[in-house]
Design a protein around this ligand. Structure first.
Ligand code: ADP
Ligand code: MG
Length: 336
């Protein structure tokens, strides 16, 4: 990208005021003050055109989502956002696209108090690549690590499951066109809301947490591996999104258990915390559902209403398991 256009573009779309005490865009590095007693929590996520978003996606929602998926990682760690950086590779300068993208990005950055403090801007003829890094702070004792789950913990979920997966199936034509269902499900896919407040409150309540970007079974599986335990889930307790109503049972199960792109939190906490967690639900207005138990052993067992195990063969999304896929194909979906 030529020097003039690159700096003009940064000034116009990305350079924004930052809070006092912080140094933002314009120097070689950004400078961020940390609160006493806190550690820096850092996470990066990339979005690649054709892999993570469709070419015709609304740039405003893309700007929102690029930051939201990163903030969701801070939420899952129990961290408070401090600031973010944005590395952007573009095939050319498209002003309406940049305006929409940066508006969506900055709107969520402001709302989440996570100012953009730096980044990099490059040219890539092959398509758009977006890489966001978020930085947050958390007290060490309150960091929600994947390794913290203990036998006997309850397993909880925020929000509902499956909507983003259903929106993707509809958009890709794997489900018959259904305008009402798409309308009901696309918000989860395009405008995910990171559970930042919940995550911070959970820091002193939960043992472990993760967000469900790769789907419930896969992401809960990460907690189990790192905590050296197993889990039993009650299928009927899992909070299906209302947009799944009327779908064939097999598709519903895939959406609930395997569908990714879910920026809800899955966390474990000892049963003596139940009342506190229900109080949190009231206070934050976020639905919290108890869906199972951490047990001795390994892996997830999904149980029906009689306590019998349901055989499950789904997995969540793994980018290299379908390296040849040209578009975001959900693993476990009803592929043609
Ligand atoms: P350097 O050569 O030191 O890497 P650059 O010329 O790449 O600096 O960037 C100039 C300034 O603009 C830096 O402060 C950098 O962090 C910031 N910047 C570049 N691209 C972006 C972007 N997409 N979003 C936010 N800040 C950016
Ligand atoms: Mg640079």
């Amino acid at each position: 990208m030529s020097a003039d256009s690159e700096f003009d573009l940064i000034a116009r779309y990305f350079d924004r005021p930052v809070p006092p005490g912080m140094l933002g865009v314009g120097d070689d590095c950004a400078l961020l003050p940390l609160s006493p007693g806190c550690e820096l929590a850092v996470s990066t996520d990339m979005l690649v055109q054709g892999q993570h978003f469709l070419s015709d996606v609304d740039p405003r929602s893309l700007g929102h989502k690029a930051l939201a998926v990163n903030l969701s990682d801070l939420a899952a760690m129990g961290a408070r956002p401090l600031a973010c950086t944005l590395a952007l590779s573009l095939p050319g300068i498209d002003h309406p696209w940049l305006q929409g993208f940066s508006d969506g990005f900055h709107a969520l950055a402001e709302k989440s108090r996570c100012p953009l403090v730096g980044g990099d801007t490059t040219h890539n003829p092959d398509g758009i690549v977006i890489s966001v890094t978020v930085m947050g702070e958390v007290r060490r004792a309150h960091a929600l690590r994947r390794s913290g789950a203990r036998e006997g913990d309850d397993i909880w979920l925020s929000g509902s499951l499956g909507a983003a997966y259903v929106a993707l199936l509809l958009r890709q034509g794997y489900l018959p066109a259904d305008a009402a269902r798409l309308q009901a499900s696309c918000k989860a896919m395009d405008w995910p809301v990171p559970r930042l407040h919940l995550g911070r409150y959970l820091g002193s309540v939960a043992h472990a947490a993760i967000d469900l970007s790769d789907g419930l079974l896969q992401d809960l599986g990460h907690i189990l591996e790192q905590s050296h335990c197993g889990a039993e889930l009650q299928l009927d307790a899992l909070p299906a999104d209302p947009s799944l109503e009327g779908l064939e049972e097999a598709v519903r199960r895939e959406a609930i258990l395997g569908g990714g792109d879910v920026y809800e939190l899955c966390f474990t906490a000892p049963p003596l915390r139940r009342e506190q967690i229900y109080a949190l639900q009231q206070r934050l207005g976020v639905p919290l559902t108890r869906v199972g138990t951490i047990v001795r052993g390994a892996g997830v067992r999904v149980l029906d209403a009689h306590g019998d195990e349901i055989p499950i063969t789904l997995r969540g999304f793994d980018h290299f398991s379908r390296a040849t896929s040209p578009s975001p194909t959900p693993t476990g979906g009803p592929l043609p």
